[in-house]
Structure formats: structure tokens, C-alpha cells
Ligand binder design. Structure first.
Ligand code: HXC
Length: 516
């Protein structure tokens, strides 16, 4: 055969592979409101940057009707490309081939790019749209899943791992996304659950739809499994590209610093008036974040889950930072189990990938009550404490108002190796709030008084004057500086610059034992 014929043959095979399960299956995919595996890759990567690997792999299994149905690619497309010019590896399940189910070949293709990604020190994105284990391939499929999980774990904290779930993810298909750093989901067409509605009905007698059981909103608001939720796939893939502006390629690199034209000394008088005079009144912490961070730079993570704490990425003079902030507008910003776990995992991501952590604190304490105690708030709160304590990246705290009790200790205090802790003049730093404290320490005096109510009021005021301010803590060096709110941006950027070459280590060990 001449070389021309051979090249023609190659092109024909490439065209055939690019059709996946065929035009009919592609049309079916579009009718469901879903994109194809290749369309998704093209949306997330820089134009024309995709280099495919293993295009011609086919299944070698022959049980249960796979013979004659072999299709190039075998249910997944794998390779590498770039996002904002930076190398990234990718795999995208092709639902048009055996429902994107995971065969031995599919697993081997994923494993190959996982291992290349870690060798090349580049992030990996998995796009999931799959019927789970390929039933015809039995244990080979299960083994394939397990090897992928193994790599997810070994590569955790080495390269960023991102999952998009844009179709079904059931059974084994959920654990790889769950092991990765960020999960993106799309409303109406994606769902994740261990067992589907039919099995749920048999076992627990619950009637539930796939969407009610594991849709994007369920995981974005109730379980906290998904970090980003979108209305359509196009915006989802734009969201992944946006995330890449804040994260480095791997754990030995720092995130890219972008040129910034937002002046570092930009200050707004309005920041001085954000805190209401009445300490019980809520305010929007995001107003503070938007004033302090580079304009337009805030990317919130898990926005719909445990809203009493805000987490997300931002930039300060072009440098990516992780932000953890109590939200006084939601449950008064109290720390409960979900908020603690949400923050803890984010802090550990930032620490693993050299992203400084900026904490904005206004917290009345941990949530009391049987619901939280039975739910294990002690253990969950300890996760956040542990995460802050072990983090060695630059850590800066700004106490805007309340910093009471254990919450003061936990939210990156000086004693957890907080590098710089600022307080606004509106800060209240004490063991507990004036009301609770007065009822305990002055109980006898109040009881014996002729007018207990007036006495309590008097004692609350006395306590507030003495403790509900930043100066006691500042006098002991537990606050580095009390600052005028409008200068916060400048102060934090200067502290961040000062910490540019920060070095800090933990004792050598195999690994710690975080209270899971
Ligand atoms: C092989 C599969 C498949 C699978 C779907 N297909 N899932 N083939 N193995 N797991 C095939 C279908 O036979 C069909 O082939 C094509 O993919 C499209 O599937 P449809 O059912 O027509 O699509 P849809 O109506 O959109 O439903 C999608 C679905 C459903 C919800 C994913 O197919 C489904 O429930 N599949 C089974 C899910 C499941 O139970 N998986 C195993 C989980 S156990 P044709 O030829 O007709 O087009 C597991 C254990 C691993 O994963 C544990 C590891 C720890």
C-alpha cells in the first residue's frame, strides 16, 4: 500500500474515532441537552490545544455482546492541552459508547493520563458522564475503578484534580470525583449517587427522583459534595477555566501572579461604616471582601452550602489567595459542623498548593445544642482547628467584629501560627459575649439585686466596656495591629508582601491523624 493510501486510511480511522458511538448516539446526547465528550474538551481547553492519546484503543472483552460493537476510544477520550497557556491533562467519558461505562480499557486510558499528569506536574480534569462499571466486563471494571481511586489518593496534594459531572455518575463513578479537589455539576442533566432511585425504593421504601436524590442543587446545598453548580455546560466549563486563574500546576509551584491595575492603597470610606452600631445586627461580609480584594477577583466556592462561612479564591495585587470568612448575615456567622468541615477542606487545599490564606473573622462562637453535639461538632470543629494549625502558607487574619471563645482560637489566631492578625476598632475579643458572660460571672450579684434586670444590663455594659474591644488582646500581642477598616486592603497586601518568602515546617512524620 502506498504511503498516500496509508495516510488516507489513518485519516479515515481518525474520522471514525471522532464519531464515537455514531451520529445517532450523538444526536441522542444533544436531545438530552448534553454535549459530547469532544465538545466538552474543546470548551474547557484553549482552542486547538488538545492532543489526544489512545484514540484507537478498543475493548478486548467479548462477553455479553461486546463483539462487533467495539468502537475506537472505547468510551473515553484522553489526552492533554492547555488552559490559559498552561499544561493540563484531561479525560472525558463518551456516553455515546456503551453509556460511557468504565471498561478495563477505559480505566487503563484514565490511569495513563493520571500518571503522565503527575510526572509532568500538571493538573488533571475528569469529565464524567457514565453509566458506571461496564457490566459486561465484571471484575476487570471494578479493578479499573480501584486503580483510578488509588491514583486519585496518591496524587492528592501533588497536582490539582478537578471533576466535572455532566451526566450520570452512579456506583463506582462517584468515588473518583469525591476524591478530587473540586467537583463541578450542572443542573437538570447531572446526578451523583451511590445507588439509584430504584434500589432506594427497595431498601428504604423512599420515593425519590434522580434529581432529588443526587442532582446538582442537592449536592450544592445539602451534601456539600459539589463545589460549583451551573445552569448549563457552557458556563460550567468557563467556570473551570476561571478556577485555573487561582491555582498552581502542582505542589512545588506557586499560583501565577497576574498584572494588577487595582491600586494597592485603594481605600473606601464606606468600609469604616460596614459594621452596624448594634452588635446584634448582621451585615454582608462579602461587601468587605469585595472592597479588600482586587476588583472582580472573587471566586466563591460552595456558595450554596453552609453559608454561615464563606470560602473562595481572590487576588491581592494580582496574587491568588484563599479567603475564609464568617458570614454574619447567615446564622450570625456561627460555626457549626458543616461550616467547619467546609472551611477545613478548603484550608488544606490552599496549604497543599501554596496559596496564602486570608481569614475575615466575625464569629459569636460554636453552635450550641443537641443537634450539633450529637452530630459531632467537637470532631468537626477540630478539623478546622487542625487544618489552620498545620497550614504553613502565609496566614493573615482580620477580626472585623466578634471573636468569642473557641472560635477566636480556631479562626487562625496567633497561637495557631497566624502570621499577622489585624483587628478593626469594632472588634470584640473575649471568652464569650457580654450577655452570656455577665449571667455567669455576676449571677449572685444579679440574683441578690432589687432589680435583677437593671443589674444584668449594668453588668453587660460593664463587661462590654472592659472586654468587647480589641485593646485587651492587642495589649497582650495577640493582635498585631488595630487598623482603620478602610486601610485593610493596603495593610493585608503589605503583610502578604512581607511574607513572600515565608518558611515554616511541621515535624517530619508519615502523616498526621486529622479527626475525620
Ligand atoms: C454497560 C451500559 C451501562 C453499563 C449504560 N449502558 N450503563 N453498558 N455497562 N454500566 C449502555 C446501555 O445499555 C445503552 O446501550 C447505553 O449505554 C445508553 O444507556 P441508556 O440506559 O439508554 O441511557 P439513559 O436512559 O440516559 O440512562 C443512563 C443510566 C442507565 C441512568 C446511566 O443506563 C443506567 O442506569 N445504567 C446502569 C447504571 C449502573 O447501575 N451502573 C453500574 C453501577 S455499579 P445501547 O446499546 O442500548 O445504546 C458500579 C460498581 C463499581 O459502578 C464499584 C466500584 C467501587
Amino acid at each position: 500500500m502506498s504511503i498516500e493510501r496509508k495516510i488516507l486510511e489513518l485519516k479515515e480511522k481518525q474520522d471514525q474515532a471522532k464519531l464515537g458511538g455514531g451520529q445517532k448516539s450523538i444526536d441522542k446526547q444533544h436531545e438530552k441537552g448534553k454535549l459530547t465528550a469532544r465538545e466538552r474538551i474543546n470548551l474547557v481547553l484553549d482552542p486547538n490545544s488538545f492532543e489526544e492519546i489512545d484514540m484507537f484503543r478498543i475493548t478486548t472483552h467479548s462477553d455479553f455482546g461486546q463483539v462487533g460493537k467495539q468502537v475506537f476510544g472505547d468510551g473515553i477520550i484522553t489526552g492533554y492541552g492547555s488552559i490559559h497557556g498552561r499544561l493540563v491533562f484531561i479525560y472525558s467519558f463518551d456516553f455515546t459508547i456503551f453509556g460511557g461505562s468504565l471498561s478495563q480499557v477505559v480505566a487503563e486510558k484514565v490511569i495513563k493520563v493520571q500518571e503522565l499528569a503527575v510526572k509532568a506536574g500538571a493538573p488533571i480534569i475528569g469529565i464524567n458522564d457514565s453509566g458506571g462499571a461496564r457490566i459486561q466486563e465484571g471484575v476487570d471494571s471494578l479493578a479499573g475503578y480501584t486503580s483510578i481511586f488509588m491514583n486519585n489518593v496518591l496524587h492528592s496534594g501533588v497536582i490539582p484534580q478537578i471533576s466535572a459531572v455532566v451526566g450520570p455518575a452512579a456506583g463506582g463513578a462517584v468515588y473518583s470525583p469525591a476524591l478530587t479537589d473540586f467537583v463541578f455539576m450542572v443542573r437538570n442533566t447531572s446526578f451523583m449517587f451511590l445507588t439509584g432511585p430504584k434500589i432506594v425504593k427497595t431498601v428504604t421504601h423512599e420515593d425519590v427522583t434522580a434529581d432529588e436524590l443526587g442532582g446538582a442543587d442537592v449536592h450544592g446545598t445539602k451534601s456539600g459534595i459539589t463545589h460549583f453548580t451551573y445552569d448549563d455546560e457552557k458556563t460550567l466549563f468557563a467556570g473551570i477555566r476561571e478556577l485555573f486563574r487561582y491555582i498552581p500546576n502542582n505542589n512545588t509551584e506557586e499560583p501565577l501572579i497576574e498584572a494588577c491595575d487595582d491600586p494597592i492603597d485603594r481605600s473606601d470610606e464606606a468600609l469604616n461604616y460596614v459594621i452596624p452600631e448594634n452588635p446584634h445586627k448582621p451585615y454582608e461580609m462579602k461587601d468587605v471582601l469585595f472592597q479588600v480584594l482586587d476588583q472582580g477577583s472573587f471566586l466563591e466556592v460552595q456558595a450554596g452550602y453552609a453559608q454561615n462561612i464563606i470560602i473562595g479564591f481572590g487576588k491581592l495585587n494580582g496574587r491568588p489567595v484563599g479567603v475564609v470568612a464568617n458570614q454574619p448575615k447567615y446564622l450570625a456567622g456561627v460555626l457549626d459542623s458543616n461550616a467547619s468541615v467546609k472551611a477545613a477542606r478548603f484550608i488544606r487545599f490552599c496549604d497543599a498548593f501554596n496559596i496564602p490564606i486570608i481569614t475575615f473573622e466575625d464569629v459569636p462562637g460554636f453552635m450550641p445544642g443537641t443537634v450539633q453535639e450529637y452530630n459531632g461538632i467537637i470532631r468537626h470543629g477540630a478539623k478546622m482547628l487542625y487544618a489552620y494549625a498545620e497550614a504553613t502558607v502565609p496566614k493573615i487574619t482580620i477580626i472585623t467584629r466578634k471573636a468569642y471563645g473557641g472560635a477566636f482560637c480556631v479562626m487562625n489566631s496567633k497561637h495557631l501560627r497566624g502570621d499577622i492578625v489585624y483587628a478593626w476598632p469594632t472588634a470584640e475579643i473575649a471568652v464569650m459575649g457580654p450577655e452570656g458572660a455577665s449571667e455567669i460571672i455576676f449571677s449572685k450579684e444579679i440574683k441578690e439585686s432589687q432589680d435583677p434586670k437593671a443589674k444584668l444590663e449594668e453588668k453587660i455594659n460593664e463587661y462590654r466596656t472592659k472586654f468587647a474591644n480589641p485593646y485587651v488582646a492587642a495589649g497582650k500581642g495577640m493582635i498585631d495591629e488595630v487598623i482603620e477598616p478602610k486601610f485593610t486592603r493596603y495593610k493585608v497586601i503589605k503583610a502578604l508582601e512581607m511574607l513572600r518568602n515565608k518558611r515554616d515546617d511541621n515535624l517530619p512524620k508519615k502523616h498526621g491523624n486529622i479527626p475525620l
